[in-house]
Design a protein around this ligand. Structure first.
Ligand code: PMV
Length: 360
């Protein structure tokens, strides 16, 4: 599908009012998206595990206006309370997607949203939040166009979510999602994410992600600022090429269940993301001392136990510990014994790979 396929045609049905709820998960990138072109087009392709329990639940109540408004008409409630500081983000999102959803100014919307994870956990809710809202809006478009096919519904939901937050494109489905054109991946697109289309070894079934909350504070660098740092970055072109190469490497790794090389790619991607931030102008250091303590402990434990745990990082100090389900008892014990001490208030979240958003 191309971009123009997402411009809506004439709708065949009319809709007066209703309510829809979607629960959409967060995701953790293995090959990272960092750097973008205009219109939320990624500078390089990325691949992620969709999570299961870290999720946003969003209800959208919609009622048709007497006549279309000049601007968007919406209210926003976060965890039951009005949240004016989230409104500009939604306003920007609506503006970006209104060409593709011509009904947006014809309805009044009440958006009610809540997260399964604590708001001040340092976990970005933009992927789960934007994908949940995109799905609710697609539900309305599906009511207006009942002949819509499921594949189109999912691709357009991902396309819209991407315009809210790039990584949100990968939260519609699971368990492994790829976003961004990659020459070795058939069907891959800069405009929406696809289910990873090739063989995946069973060792990746129910892969575990334990998120260690090292620093629960506000993000030091917004992702918009972060992505912009890649414009004119001295290592940008090499980095973008590396992401393509790592995606190609992962294809064999996924197929064969080659965990030693999976670990190498995933940890190198995490450290490269942070290296890009440290080597940009202005430069940023988003790891905290405890992030490094944890990484060193993971390396020591892996060497002595022969376990296959590894770490990855978002654009922040928290550490995602990834490991196969068969090693769950061993790794969780290690986390409790050795790593919890480095978490803020001893907090961590246990999650695993999931299958994507669901209507509730
Ligand atoms: O979706 P954004 O614009 O917040 O960017 C997310 C970037 C990373 O989380 C650091 C990497 C990724 O691919 O998810």
């Amino acid at each position: 599908m191309r971009e123009k396929d997402f411009v809506a045609g004439k709708y065949s049905a009319s809709v007066i009012d209703g309510k829809v709820t979607y629960k959409s998960p967060s995701n953790i990138a293995l090959v990272k998206y960092w750097g973008k072109k205009d219109n939320q087009v990624p500078a390089n392709p990325s691949v992620s595990f969709t999570l299961d329990s870290c999720a946003t639940t969003t209800s959208l109540t919609y009622s048709k206006l007497e006549e279309p408004g000049k601007d968007f008409s919406f209210e926003l409630l976060f965890e039951g309370k009005p949240k004016p500081d989230f409104k500009p983000k939604i306003q920007t999102f609506f503006t970006r997607i209104s060409n593709y959803l011509p009904f947006l100014k014809s309805y009044h919307f009440v958006i009610e949203t809540s997260n399964s994870f604590p708001h001040s956990s340092g976990i970005a809710s933009s992927a789960s939040g934007m994908s949940a809202l995109a799905l609710c809006l697609m539900y309305i478009e599906n009511q207006l166009d009942p002949a819509m096919e499921e594949d189109y519904f999912n691709a357009k939901a991902s396309f819209l979510a991407r315009l809210g937050s790039g990584s949100a494109a990968r939260s519609i489905k699971g368990p492994i999602m790829q976003w961004g054109h990659h020459q070795d991946t058939e069907g891959s697109s800069d405009f929406y994410a696809i289910n990873y289309p090739y063989k995946v070894h069973e060792v990746f079934n129910n892969y575990q992600d334990t998120i260690l909350l090292v620093d629960k504070g506000q993000k030091q660098v917004s992702s918009t600022v972060g992505h912009n740092l890649m414009h004119g970055h001295p290592f940008a072109e090499q980095r973008f090429k590396q992401a393509h190469d790592n995606l190609s490497k992962l294809q064999r790794i996924f197929a064969e269940g080659d965990l030693p090389n999976f670990i190498k790619v995933v940890e190198s991607e995490a450290l490269t993301l942070h290296a890009m931030m440290m080597s940009s102008l202005p430069y940023f250091m988003l790891m905290k001392p405890n992030t490094l303590e944890i990484i060193n402990k993971i390396w020591e434990f892996r060497a002595e136990s022969k376990s296959h745990l590894c770490f990855t990082l978002d654009a922040g100090a928290n550490v995602h510990v990834l490991y196969p389900e068969s090693e769950k008892d061993l790794v969780l014990q290690f986390i409790k014994d050795e790593l919890v001490a480095y978490c803020e208030n001893g907090q961590y979240l246990c999650d695993q790979i999931g299958n994507g958003a669901v209507e509730i």
